[in-house]
Design a protein around this ligand. Structure first.
Ligand SMILES: [Zn+2]
Length: 431
């Protein structure tokens, strides 16, 4: 199983400066390759990443664009992997785009990367670096201290150096042997999991998990800092005599305080991301560890239902991430993840009598069925999902060879069938 460990680098200022330049190089090469690619498509050629790379290698030490003020090729100061990998990434991005369009999904073609607007990162191949305890030896910069020891044993497949706010990280991809990735479950429950906005998760066992509290206060602080920052930008615009949009290609002069504010804001964004990641990791691990089957909604539904106001709260909880983590952790714990069909009306069915309440509005948090049972909306949905999980589990034991047919448009079709399979179920199962 391919796992990645993200380790913070305790890099010296000189090393950080190199990382920034290498990431800038990767970005610039990506943009160059993308421009070439687009140009070739426009003149109805078939672009090819390898040919493009060859072309780039021929010009990168010669063309004026890639020479510094003294006429020397500045790419020589950057390790080769940083400017070779963008071609592979670009080819992959196009392939993915074309595949998505063929499958009828909406997709955007690869875009140009803008400084400050894209992830700063660059790649290092596995034979170009090594990890030794609490340090790593990277090309061009030598030994860099790591904040922690590499967690996974196994073959190192490669690494990416990656910036978040003002820290650099080394993300090491490791092919970990199965005997170390597979874990023993501590329970064999069958669980329905309703992801929601009021409670981040409602379990069919009756438990409600709220979104982490630090997140709420951090979000308040985020609003304050964002506002301060946008006022600074606004002030700079007024000083430059611009109203409305900043013209393309123009750079506003930024004050020292603006730079400081931007860094503070970036740090806060990073902290929020960490709080969220901590929360989802702990919850998803627990759910996979304690249950043999977990049913969740294929949340495309809610994404589409969502109006702008809801979308914010949905992004806050990180629904997509919860489901993604459940899916890969399920493989480690041998848990079956049951994805409810996107049309499955988990909230509208009465979990006691099975009747469907089509009149249920999105805002109704509780309702009473005609059979007399009073339902908490989320709890009822979780119960219905649990029934799906039970049904899917029974179907699996009765028919051990049944292949989990993918529901069109769900992630399930793309997940490899391993121990913890993802079993999509259709609407009928629940009835
Ligand atoms: Zn009922």
């Amino acid at each position: 199983m391919l796992l990645a460990h993200r380790i913070r680098l305790a890099a010296t200022p000189v090393q950080c400066e190199y990382f920034a330049r290498a990431a800038g190089t990767a970005r610039r090469v990506w943009n160059w390759a993308l421009a070439e690619w687009q140009r070739q498509i426009a003149s109805s050629l078939r672009p090819d990443a390898r040919a493009l790379k060859k072309h780039f290698n021929a010009i990168k030490y010669a063309y004026p664009d890639w020479l510094d003020a003294d006429g020397r090729p500045w790419l020589r100061a950057i390790h080769r992997d940083a400017h070779a990998q963008p071609f592979a990434h670009l080819a992959k991005a196009w392939t993915r785009y074309v595949a998505a369009r063929k499958a009828g999904q909406s997709a955007y073609p690869p875009r140009f990367k803008k400084k400050g607007r894209c992830r700063d990162s660059f790649y290092i191949a596995n034979d170009k670096f090594r990890v030794e305890g609490k340090s790593a030896v990277l090309p061009k910069v030598g030994r860099v201290a790591l904040a922690e020891v590499l967690r996974f044993p196994g073959k190192i497949m490669g690494a990416t150096v990656w910036r978040e706010a003002d820290h650099w990280f080394l993300v090491v991809q490791v092919e970990v042997p199965d005997e170390t990735t597979l874990r023993r479950r501590t329970g064999h429950g069958v669980l329905g999991l309703d992801l929601g906005v009021t409670a981040a998760a409602t379990l069919s066992t009756g438990e409600k998990i709220a979104a982490p509290r630090p997140l709420r206060s951090a979000l308040r602080r985020l609003r304050i800092r964002s506002r301060r920052q946008s006022r600074k930008v606004q002030a700079a615009k007024t000083a430059a005599g611009i109203s409305g949009r900043i013209p393309k290609g123009m750079r506003l002069p930024s004050s020292a305080n603006q730079v400081k504010g931007a860094r503070r804001l970036a740090r806060l964004h990073a902290r929020i991301a960490r709080i969220r990641a901590d929360f989802t990791h702990k919850r998803t691990t627990r759910l996979c560890r304690e249950n043999q089957a977990v049913a969740v909604e294929d949340l495309h539904v809610k994404g589409m239902l969502a109006n702008a106001r809801l979308a914010r709260s949905i992004a806050d909880v990180g629904f997509y991430e919860i489901r993604r983590q459940l899916q890969y952790k399920a493989r480690r714990y041998g848990t079956v993840i049951v994805l409810a069909d996107r049309w499955y009306p988990s909230s509208k069915l009465c979990s006691a009598c099975g009747q469907k309440n089509s009149m249920l509005a999105l805002a109704e948090r509780a309702w009473t069925c005609s059979c007399g049972v009073h339902h908490d909306r989320d709890m009822n949905a979780a119960m219905n999902l649990q029934r799906l999980a039970t049904g899917a589990l029974a179907a699996r034991t009765a028919l051990p060879v049944a292949s989990p047919a993918a529901t069109p448009g769900t992630v399930a079709g793309m997940v490899a069938a391993a121990e913890g399979e993802v079993t999509p179920v259709r609407y009928e199962h629940g009835q």
